[in-house]
Design a protein around this ligand. Structure first.
Ligand SMILES: [Zn+2]
Length: 259
């Protein structure tokens, strides 16, 4: 499914790609705008979606460029109708690194809100009526969208940003696997509650999104568990192997110690 993507251009050396279904999203909103207000409506709707996704790209760049400071490469940033995803080569296990990389995304959204707030403020409180197709109206919509994006991502449902921040905080005190386990468990309970609330309120798309997150959290826990088991295996192998110091210039021998 994730393979159906179209490569666009590179930003800061990172490949930007859009999922094929993104075209459907543009077509849907473009059509809605056109039905409402002809060509003006179409241009405004498509423009809003593009600007909204520019904010999503900036959010993902926040993660990617902070990760780069820790030597972690981002293979690409993928845009999907439900949001964006920075595909990092690995998540650093150092809690402070994971904390900063993760927090950088929502921080970008709040920075955009702070930048747009004076324009939005002017739009809301000026005497002139804020028309839909105006700079003030645009500032208000983008402000609200970024505020929602920043806050929504901070919900502690692993592997969303908030869940990762929660895992990093737990990992300061707990072993990495235990911290992941608890972050996933708390995330799963919250995901079920949020999905239930979303379906109850008739927001089926949000409900499905939380179900998707529920399974994504479990998958990442299994991956972490497998990596831990592999590492433990190699540590045990290294412990059992005894390096014998060479005598008379013979090459070193690697033999197995007692079981
Ligand atoms: Zn994020």
């Amino acid at each position: 499914m994730l393979g159906w993507s179209i490569n666009l251009f590179k930003v800061f050396g990172i490949q930007l790609a859009v999922h094929a279904s993104f075209v459907l999203l543009l077509a849907y909103y473009g059509y809605e705008g056109w039905v409402e207000d002809g060509v003006t409506g179409l241009c405004w709707s498509v423009g809003m979606i593009v600007l909204f996704f520019v904010c999503v790209i900036l959010h993902e760049l926040g993660h990617s460029l902070t990760a780069r400071r820790y030597g972690v490469r981002t293979s690409r940033i993928l845009l999907m109708p439900i949001g964006g995803m920075a595909e990092l080569d690995q998540i650093p296990r150092k809690p402070s690194a994971e904390l900063l990389i993760t927090a950088a995304g929502p921080a970008v959204n709040f920075a955009i809100v702070a930048l747009l707030l004076p324009f939005a403020w002017h739009g809301v409180f000026s005497d002139e009526e804020v028309a839909l197709y105006s700079a003030g109206g645009l500032a208000i919509q983008l402000c609200v969208a970024n505020l929602i994006m920043g806050c929504f991502n901070l919900v502690p449902v692993f592997p969303m940003d908030g869940g990762r921040i929660f895992r990093a905080l737990l990992a300061i005190r707990l072993p990495y696997l235990r911290a992941t386990y608890w972050a996933v468990m708390v995330g799963r309970v919250l995901a079920v509650l949020f999905a239930g609330a979303a379906f109850y309120r008739g927001n089926n798309l949000l409900g499905v999104l939380f179900i998707f997150i529920f399974f994504a959290g479990a998958a990442e826990y299994r991956a972490t568990l497998r990596r831990e088991e592999e590492e433990a295996y190699w540590v045990e192998m290294a412990r059992r192997a005894t390096l014998v110091t060479p005598v008379d210039g013979e090459p070193p021998l690697l033999i197995h110690g007692p079981n």
